[in-house]
Write a protein that binds this ligand. Structure first.
Ligand code: NAP
Length: 253
């Protein structure tokens, strides 16, 4: 697939990794649909990218809301006259231990609210956006690709039962889509980043950051643009399908 002129939707585009993807893809001539909860961050991003309205649509949408998602992808296809790529990137964390005990007494446990919030956005949101995007791609009849952003935490990370379960589900769902959607010429792949230097990670206490970096064989956290570069590779290499690329500096959880 050629990136220049391709119509690419990115969820969570206002966040660290989504914005890095938008920057790299805009630099290669993509036409972008930027999807997020909040329009103000998307307005700032569009201004930074210097893309005209015909090449950049900002879409306010909660990816876990079925009606909003279906409407969002209909409006994207209408605006651009089709859709070539979806990057399912929106995600949240609500970390907590399953159970915390002290002196035989339960201090806390992961709440059902924290479980549902993460599953709704990180798993159901990917399902809803993937389904709506594939429908628009099938209607346009030009094939395409869906890239789902999982995480190395899908292996099972302490304090992240909700997040790990959702991200493992995303990786499995991608394989199912790579088989189901091939009849429409749509590829589906996963990217599983390790620790990447978005604002949240960079604002950690220096001691905590150093401890994290010591766990990574590469000796450093990754750059958002290194994840965006992986997106570029998946778009340009038409023979990669149903695969999960770990971009983690060699980290194993
Ligand atoms: P981020 O900076 O928090 O960006 C996520 C974006 O998604 C935010 O703009 C957020 O909006 C938006 N969002 C959250 N819930 C949404 C919803 N229901 N509907 C629409 N938009 C929603 O996160 P990031 O670090 O760029 O991460 C992007 C993806 O990479 C996530 O899936 C994350 O799990 C994955 N990942 C990140 C890392 C890392 O080290 N950064 C590592 C592995 C995997 P608000 O800010 O308004 O909530």
């Amino acid at each position: 697939m050629q990136i220049k002129g391709s119509i690419i939707a990115i969820t969570g585009a206002g966040g660290g990794l989504g914005a890095a993807m938008a920057r790299r893809l805009a630099g290669h001539g993509a036409r972008l649909a930027l999807i997020d909860f909040r329009l103000d961050t998307l307005e700032a991003l569009q201004a930074e990218l210097s893309l005209p309205t015909e090449d950049c649509l900002r879409v306010q949408c909660d990816v876990s809301n079925e009606d909003q998602v279906d409407q969002a992808f209909e409006s994207i296809a209408k605006h651009f006259g089709g859709l070539d790529v979806l990057i399912n990137n929106a995600g949240i964390t609500r970390d907590a231990l399953m159970l915390k005990f002290k002196d035989g007494q339960r201090q806390s446990r992961m709440s059902l609210e924290a479980w549902n919030a993460v599953i709704n956005v990180n798993l159901t949101g990917v399902f809803l956006c993937g389904r709506a995007a594939a429908e628009q791609m099938a209607i346009a009849g030009n094939g395409g690709q869906i890239i789902n952003i999982s995480s190395v935490s899908r292996a099972g990370n302490m304090g992240q039962s909700n997040y790990s379960a959702a991200k493992a589900g995303v990786a499995a769902m991608t394989v199912a889509w790579s088989k189901e959607f091939v009849r429409y010429g749509i590829r589906a792949n996963t990217i599983s980043p390790g620790f990447i230097g978005t604002e949240l990670v960079r604002s950690m206490k220096p001691e905590a950051l150093a401890k994290m970096e010591a766990m990574i064989p590469a000796g450093r956290i990754g750059e958002p643009d290194e994840v965006a570069h992986t997106v570029q590779y998946l778009l340009e290499n038409d023979y990669v399908n149903g695969r999960n690329i770990e971009i983690d500096g060699g980290l194993r959880l």
